[in-house]
Design a protein around this ligand. Structure first.
Ligand code: PHB
Length: 389
């Protein structure tokens, strides 16, 4: 088997890369360890930067997003029971789109299937090899048969736990990591969102977030312990804690509804440098993780593969490798700014077990600055809607 670009992973990064390459006349094969049903139903992030919306539209996969997605022009910050609105559109001229990652994945899988190009699910034992030579290849097993995929380039879009990053010699990689002493307990619930806009709450019992997926489905999160067991969280406790942290009664009409999904998301900041090793290019979570507070994970994956598709097109169309050579540095410049923002949002909104009165005062001062200075609010808004490519 031979292709131009072997893509490992069919999340938003791998599938979007396949589609962008297809539009540029470049062949690829996509390999995914999980089943189609699994990747189309795993509940993940839901906020798209305006630029991500443009890229998905340009890739020809934005029609359903434009119909069903919810355009948000602002967000709410709730501190000490008081709500402050950040008017994203007044501050930046931009908005964000609420549209679930699994919906993006469904649209991308449909587009891939329509091209008739290879997309293999439930492959096992994926091994990227020889990427420091001119003849890289990927070994894998599919339906019990051992396969060899020869290619010009390998794109590692296989997430934090995938085989690509770990196939690089540790001496060639520099890792940066910060693990936070808490996690998010997230639920998807069949209940209309209690607020038209997202509410990020800093409460003395911990952070909470009200988000949504549609006019009838809410997505809600609570800060919890990093090793939290779901057994400790029967539905009643989740709703009562959400009401305490987000507000209830006159403040907010948070209506209890059936919980469709429950999960715990660990919080970490992580970067692996560089993102290119010979003919292997890392993109998305394979190269970096951000804590979800800034809603940036899927957006970084989208911008990484957009740059990678452009760089590969320049190679195949113009015979120039300048963009491929610059890929890692160009991505990392943006990634570190997004890391900074995600860390900052995390530090602004959470309770730390060793919180001092100093930290509390610092958070309140930060909020006061954001809500009283246009420049302060604009900095948050500019980062939230997305920095330019
Ligand atoms: C979500 O809707 O899942 C969501 C929204 C905003 C965040 C994180 C997650 O910051």
């Amino acid at each position: 088997m031979r292709t131009q670009v072997a893509i490992v992973g069919a999340g938003p990064a791998g599938l979007l890369l396949a589609q962008l390459l297809h539009l540029r006349g470049i062949d690829s094969v996509v390999l995914e360890a999980k089943s189609r049903h699994y990747i189309e139903h795993r509940v993940r992030a839901g906020v798209l930067e305006h630029q991500s919306v443009d890229i998905l539209n340009e890739a020809g996969v934005g029609a359903r997003m434009m119909r069903e997605g919810l355009l948000h022009h602002g967000l709410m910050l709730r501190f000490s029971g008081q709500v402050h609105r950040i008017d994203l559109t007044a501050l930046t001229g931009r908005a964000v789109m609420i549209y679930g990652q699994q919906e993006v994945v469904k649209d991308l899988v449909a587009a891939r299937v329509a091209t008739g190009s290879p997309l293999h699910f439930e492959v096992e034992d994926v091994q990227p090899q020889e990427f420091d030579t001119d003849r890289p290849r990927v070994l894998f097993r599919s339906g019990g048969t051992q396969q060899v995929l020869e290619c010009d380039y390998i794109a590692g879009c296989d997430g934090f736990h995938g085989p690509c990053r770990v196939s690089i010699s540790p001496t060639e990689l520099k890792l940066f990591e910060r693990v936070y002493p808490f996690a998010w307990l997230g639920i998807l619930a069949e209940t209309p969102p209690a607020s038209e806009e997202l509410i990020y709450a800093n409460h003395e019992r911990g952070f909470a977030l009200l988000s949504m997926r549609s006019p009838t489905v809410s997505r809600l999160y609570l800060q919890c312990a990093p090793d939290e067991s779901l057994e400790n969280w029967p539905d009643e406790r989740i709703w009562s804690e959400l009401q305490t942290r987000l507000g209830s009664g006159r403040d907010l009409d948070l209506r209890i509804g059936p919980i469709l999904q429950k999960g715990v998301t660990p919080m970490r900041s992580f970067v692996a440098e560089p993102m290119r090793h010979g003919r292997l290019f890392l993109a998305g979570d394979a190269a970096h993780i951000v804590p979800p507070t800034g809603a940036k994970g899927m957006n970084l994956a989208i911008t990484d593969v957009y740059l990678l598709a452009e760089a590969l097109a320049r190679h195949y169309r113009d015979g120039q490798d300048d963009r491929l050579n610059e890929y890692s540095a160009t991505c990392l410049r943006r990634i570190w700014k997004v890391q900074r923002f995600s860390w900052w949002m995390t530090m602004l909104l959470h309770r730390f077990s060793d919180d001092s009165e100093f930290d509390r005062r610092r958070q309140l001062a930060e909020l006061d600055y954001i809500t009283s200075s246009r420049v302060g609010a604009q900095s948050l808004a500019e980062n939230y809607v997305g920095l330019p490519l």
